[in-house]
Each structure stands twice: as structure tokens, then as C-alpha cells.
Design a protein around this ligand. Structure first.
Ligand SMILES: [Zn+2]
Length: 215
């Protein structure tokens, strides 16, 4: 049986920003890219760069597609026929491709997401989708971690939620202090996965992040 759960409005930073100021036109966005190309020291009119503003704007549509999606709606269809299953559900190694809000350069890594169901579960592809919706926005890794956990908590009202993200930030590896190989681990544990040491331990073991997250 499938039920659609009524949701309270989710936090959608993009939507709020959109309602405050009108979205620039595609031509305006392309002109802004041409300005950046010229500012970098190149000639936006040379052959190799002539189509670049158009391509960059199209790429932005992909990179930031998450502003057009509501993560709680993604999780809205849940299943109550679980055979009484109430143990931990974990989805490991969900690819994270996001962009840091400070430099608009990639944050690349993996997310592990888990929850302790109370009578209803969600399709596993939906857990991966909710990671993608938030990742395809301008982010900090901390904010991304918290937003994913909060959306799952609101949509499923589970006994506990755990999100761990391990990612490398190209703003650290390719610019500024230039430290290749550095990755950051963030976690957000809610409910029983925070308060019950056994549940927490099981989540960290299953995600393979026990040593990392315990630091
Ligand atoms: Zn950055």
C-alpha cells in the first residue's frame, strides 16, 4: 500500500530567493559569463569561447536543478507494508556532486543515509534522490548534511535519522591553501541514532564511518 503523506512546507532556500528577486533572463546570464571570461583575461569573442557562455548557462541548469525540486515531496510517497520491519535501513555510498556556496566549485564525495522506521518506509531510490535535490544547490557540506537529515525526519517521522557525508572540496584542493587528498566528514544524527549508543554504533559500523565520525 502506498500513501501520500501531507507535508509541512520544506526549507527551500532557492524558492525563497526566487520570490524575493526576479530570475534574470538567459541572455543576462550569458552576458555575465562573457564578463567573467573577459575579466579572467581572455577574449570572449575568440572562436573557442564564443559558445562558452551558452554552455556554462546550460551546465548551471544541471548543477542547480535542485532549486526546482521539493525534497519532502520526493519523499512523500511512503509504504506501510513493511512486514513489521523496524530495524535500521541504510543506503551507503550515494554519490554527492555539489557546489560550494563560497566559490561555486565542486564538492565531490559520498553520502550514507540511514533511518529507523516506525511503520513506514520509503523507496531506496527516493533516499538517493533527496541527496541529489539538496546537492544540486549552492551548499556548504554542513548545511547539506543537516538539510538531508531534516527532510527525512519530516517526511518519515522515523525513530532516528543518520546522515554522514565524506567529501573533497575543490576550493581547498585546487585553490587557496591547495591541499589535495583532504576530505571532510560531517554527520547529523537525530533521535535514537543520536541518543541510543547501540543504535548509533550500528549506524556508524554499517556506514563504515565509525572511526571517522568518532573523532
Ligand atoms: Zn569553497
Amino acid at each position: 500500500m502506498s500513501t501520500v503523506v501531507q507535508q509541512t512546507p520544506s526549507d527551500r532556500p532557492g524558492t525563497a530567493a526566487e520570490s524575493r528577486r526576479p530570475r534574470p533572463s538567459r541572455a543576462e546570464a550569458e552576458a555575465a559569463v562573457r564578463t567573467l571570461l573577459a575579466w579572467a583575461g581572455d577574449d570572449p569573442e575568440r572562436e573557442g569561447l564564443r559558445e562558452t557562455p551558452e554552455r556554462v548557462v546550460r551546465a548551471y541548469e544541471e548543477f542547480f536543478a535542485g532549486y526546482r525540486d521539493d525534497p519532502v515531496e520526493v519523499l512523500g510517497t511512503t509504504f506501510e507494508e513493511t512486514g513489521g520491519y523496524d530495524e535500521l535501513v541504510v543506503l551507503r555510498d550515494i554519490r554527492v556532486e555539489s557546489h560550494c556556496e563560497h566559490h561555486i566549485v565542486p564538492i565531490l564525495g559520498v553520502a550514507h543515509v540511514g533511518y529507523l522506521p516506525t511503520g513506514r518506509v520509503v523507496g531506496i531510490s527516493k533516499l538517493a534522490r533527496v541527496v541529489e535535490v539538496f546537492a544540486r544547490r549552492l551548499q556548504s557540506q554542513e548545511m547539506l548534511t543537516v538539510q538531508i537529515a531534516s527532510a527525512i525526519e519530516r517526511a518519515l517521522a522515523p525513530r532516528g535519522v543518520g546522515v554522514v557525508i565524506e567529501a573533497a572540496h575543490q576550493c581547498v584542493t585546487t585553490r587557496g591553501i591547495r591541499k589535495p587528498g583532504v576530505s571532510m566528514v560531517t554527520s547529523r544524527l537525530l533521535g535514537a541514532l543520536r541518543d541510543d549508543p547501540m543504535a548509533k554504533n550500528e549506524f556508524l559500523l554499517r556506514t563504515g564511518t565509525r572511526s571517522a565520525a568518532a573523532r
